[in-house]
Design a binder for this molecule. Structure first.
Ligand code: NAD
Length: 352
């Protein structure tokens, strides 16, 4: 075996149907007294339900989380936590709400309990994003990792199928890149393979019956594993491309990951054969890139950039931007190869 370094994440995970009932115990375990509950406006009712369960231990509800964490919202939430005397925050929702929790933690050190209700996996990572003056800045900081993550699959029963599938493929992308990033190691690769397997299996059952709690449990388990992979070892070409496309053309986050992933995988295939074999095995197929494309298509997810708002005349500029500031990737970043990748993704071609 080759030598390796593996950094263990410092968070505590509580997983199971009904795990939301453990919330008061988890607040106590953190040594906290009063929590500010965060959510998006769409999930305000869910946040209020959490507040009711907490009674006196709830300092208030802040239902104003939005995509991309505008710095103004983060400041408002921090002020609200201070004003209400909260000594911890609870983020109930997807990556956008978890992102708000992280922004609060970054500045104030307030401990965060994340209760994920999508499959994107942000709750297991020290990666944060903040938007200031229209520009999204991302970074890694150990202070933002939620101290406790409560995974209750019952909370994802209301997640529409479209977002269930695309947020799951966003998380699968974390695992795919985890196999071949510079810091890849046997421990995170084990989690990545199991995470993809759990998702592929869970998603296929989920689209047949969205109320299948067992399938939803498999998907949330996949989110935990794939999120932890990204949180530990980071990403490469695929994440850089999605960040560039999403940031410059304001494309929807999870859908962009879903469309680009098979093509970024195909780009790296010859340079990372061992990774490809493990991805294919986890998907129950023989070719990783084609398997990812077929999975997305069979689940009814978008497979073409042109269908999610990417202008066809912007592909040259996108290739230029993605080729700038070289970063580590198993296959060197070549502009011509990227341009072809983008062309395939824009048309929604099955990788060759
Ligand atoms: P989201 O949090 O933006 O949620 C999308 C919508 O779905 C919101 O209106 C939300 O309220 C609603 N929703 C969430 N759960 C629901 C449920 N169970 N039932 C009904 N509605 C529900 O979506 P997302 O895909 O989880 O997160 C995307 C964001 O997360 C992006 O900004 C992305 O950058 C970030 N992200 C960050 C990381 C990281 O490691 N930092 C990883 C993945 C994603």
């Amino acid at each position: 075996m080759k030598p390796f370094i593996y950094n263990q994440l410092p968070s505590r995970v509580v997983f199971g149907v009904g795990a939301l009932d453990d919330l008061p115990r988890e607040i106590t375990a953190l040594g906290a007294q009063r929590a500010l509950v965060l959510s998006t406006p769409e999930q305000k009712a869910q946040a209020e339900d959490v507040a009711r369960r907490l009674g006196e231990r709830c300092a208030g509800v802040f239902p104003r989380a939005v995509m991309h964490v505008p710095i103004e919202t983060a400041r408002e939430a921090r002020e609200e936590a201070k004003r209400l005397g909260a000594d911890c925050a609870i983020a109930i929702g997807g990556g956008s709400t978890t992102g708000l929790g992280k922004a609060i933690a970054l500045d104030s050190g307030l401990p965060i309990i994340a209760i994920p209700t999508t499959y994107a996996g942000s709750e297991m990572t020290p990666v944060y994003g903040l938007t200031e003056g229209g520009i999204k800045k991302t970074g890694r900081d150990a202070r933002v990792i939620p101290k406790t993550v409560i995974y209750d699959p019952a909370l994802t029963l209301t997640l529409p199928i479209g977002l269930s599938v695309t947020s799951a493929i966003n998380a699968i992308a974390h695992a795919v890149e985890g196999f071949y990033v510079q810091d890849a190691n046997p421990v995170t690769s084990l989690m990545a393979e199991e995470g993809i397997r759990a998702f592929a299996d869970g998603l296929r059952r989920l689209v047949r019956n969205p109320q299948d709690l067992d399938a939803r449990s498999d998907c949330l388990y996949g989110a935990c594993l794939c999120g932890a992979v990204f949180g530990t070892v980071g990403g490469a070409l695929h994440h850089k491309l999605c960040h560039t496309l999403g940031g410059t053309w304001n494309l929807p986050h999870a859908e962009t990951h879903t469309v680009v992933l098979p093509h970024a995988t195909a780009y790296n295939a010859a340079a990372a054969p061992e990774a490809m074999a493990r991805i294919a095995r986890a998907l129950g197929t023989t070719d990783a890139a084609q398997g990812l494309f077929d999975l997305a298509q069979s689940l009814g997810a978008p497979v073409a950039l042109r269908d999610i708002g990417m202008p066809g005349d912007a592909l040259d500029r996108a290739a230029d931007l993605a080729a700038q500031s070289p970063y580590w990737n198993p296959r060197p970043i070549e502009r011509a190869g990227l341009r072809k990748l983008l062309d395939d993704a824009w048309h929604g071609r099955r990788p060759a």
